[in-house]
Design a protein around this ligand. Structure first.
Ligand SMILES: Nc1ncnc2c1ncn2[C@@H]1O[C@H](COP(=O)(O)OP(=O)(O)O)[C@@H](O)[C@H]1O
Ligand SMILES: [Mg+2]
Length: 408
């Protein structure tokens, strides 16, 4: 639920509570005052008519005198006054109230507010007067005043809600400063990625140069040493004492070893296949070399989709990630099997390296080395890298990268 909706609900609940309390207080007040008013009016009428009843016989037959008196009296506040003869015929009844004539409060409200005052009967000679309390005008007054207060309250609540909505809309709208900050942050992020990409490109360029230097300079020098050592060995071959010959052979052996090492370093720095970026070929090459050098850790490889033409940036990123993950398997995993799978589908490339070792024991947070570097490299190309222990055993590194021109 959004903040705006929550605030509105809260205010609505408070308002409803307030209206309910207000209604209760009004009902209670009005009921008390109606009770009070009707009792007082009744008392006045009863007293007045009681006195009149006592004195009326002096002036003649009670019913006749009283009817005349009642007619001149008219209505006595909130009371209906009637006179009945001894045989039950009504001889008089007070006129209806002209106040708000023809209107009444709803029945349920009248029931709620009705006072407890009882009818009073005054006995005369040969007649009786009935004084019936009539609260209907007072109740209608209470109804009118309460509905207007209630409507006013409702209007107030509506205005309050509208104001709150407007205020919240204004308050929660992102300010211009927010927008500027957002744009700046987005730009910064894009720039950071660009910098990472440039750094990676620079690193690759530097590796290429180093590989070339090693190959051209060191490689040629070592080859020259070997040639010379071989020719020395040949020239002194006749001499079986063989001091120089065996020395020369040793030089040759050492130089051959050196040559192999240089070649290995060169290949690692810049695998020949990467000169034309073909990921399938580069990975196949990596796999062959792994099987020769680490026959005790079984490598299975699954390559799916067209990996031959992904462009240099993507090919290098995947290749270096696989290289790093495989090196980690050697360094950290203690595994007996490692699986590499690379596939392209739906505009994405997905690669996973999984081993059956003992999994990670420390958190992968050191910046700039290994997987963190790979994560940045992959992110610079719009992809993501996940690395962590597998649920059963071992460790898994997985990358997903958008393909150029893919459905990103
Ligand atoms: N295959 C793996 N098996 C177990 N732990 C691993 C594996 N790969 C990585 N790790 C853990 O993740 C950490 C970070 O790896 P990495 O970023 O490559 O740094 P480094 O290899 O320099 O230690 C490693 O130190 C290791 O603890
Ligand atoms: Mg590592």
């Amino acid at each position: 639920m959004s903040l705006r909706v929550r605030l509105n609900l809260l205010v609505a609940a408070l308002n409803l509570g307030f209206l309910a309390a207000l209604t209760w207080i009004l009902i209670d007040n009005h009921r008390n005052s109606i009770q009070e008013e009707i009792e007082a009016a009744h008392r006045v009428a009863v007293q007045m008519l009681g006195t009149a009843a006592q004195t009326s016989p002096v002036f003649g037959p009670a019913p006749v005198v009283m009817v005349g008196f009642l007619q001149s009296l008219g209505r006595v506040r909130a009371n209906e006054i009637s006179l009945y003869t001894a045989d039950g015929v009504r001889r008089y009844s007070s006129p209806p109230s002209a106040y708000k004539a023809g209107r009444n409060a709803p029945e349920w409200f009248a029931v709620l507010m009705r006072p407890t005052q009882e009818t009073t009967v005054i006995g005369l000679q040969g007649a009786r007067i009935e004084i019936v309390p009539d609260a209907s005008r007072a109740i209608l007054d209470a109804w009118d005043s309460m509905t207007s207060i209630f409507l006013l309250g409702l209007a107030f609540v509506a205005v309050l809600h509208a104001a709150l909505l407007l205020f919240l809309r204004h308050l929660l709208r992102p300010t211009e400063a927010d927008a500027i900050r957002l744009v700046a942050t987005t730009q910064q992020l894009a720039e950071n990625r660009e910098v990472t990409r440039l750094i990676q490109a620079g690193v690759e360029e530097e590796r290429k140069r180093l590989a070339r230097e090693l190959h051209d300079e060191l490689g040629q020098t070592v080859t020259a040493i070997r040639l010379i050592a071989t020719s020395i060995a040949r020239s002194v071959e006749g001499d079986k004492a063989a001091g120089p010959a065996s020395g020369a052979r040793k030089i040759n052996e050492i130089a051959a070893g050196l040559y192999d090492s240089v070649h290995r370093i060169v290949r690692e720095l810049r695998p020949a296949v990467l000169e034309q970026p073909d990921l399938a070929a580069a990975l196949a090459d990596l796999g062959r070399e792994w099987r020769v050098r680490h026959p005790d850790i079984e490598l299975t490889m699954t390559l799916e989709g067209d990996l031959g033409d992904l462009g240099e940036g993507l090919t290098l990123a995947v290749f270096r990630t696989v290289q790093e993950a495989l090196t980690n398997v050697l360094k950290h995993a203690g595994a007996s099997m490692v699986g590499l799978s690379v596939a392209t589908r739906d505009g994405y490339l997905e690669a996973a390296i999984e081993d059956d070792g003992h999994g990670a024991t420390e958190v992968l947070t050191r910046a700039g080395v290994g997987l963190v570097g790979m994560r940045e490299r992959v992110a610079a190309l719009g992809g993501r890298l996940e690395a962590g222990p597998r649920p059963d055993r071992g460790f898994r590194v997985r990358i997903v990268l958008p393909l150029p021109g893919g459905s990103e």
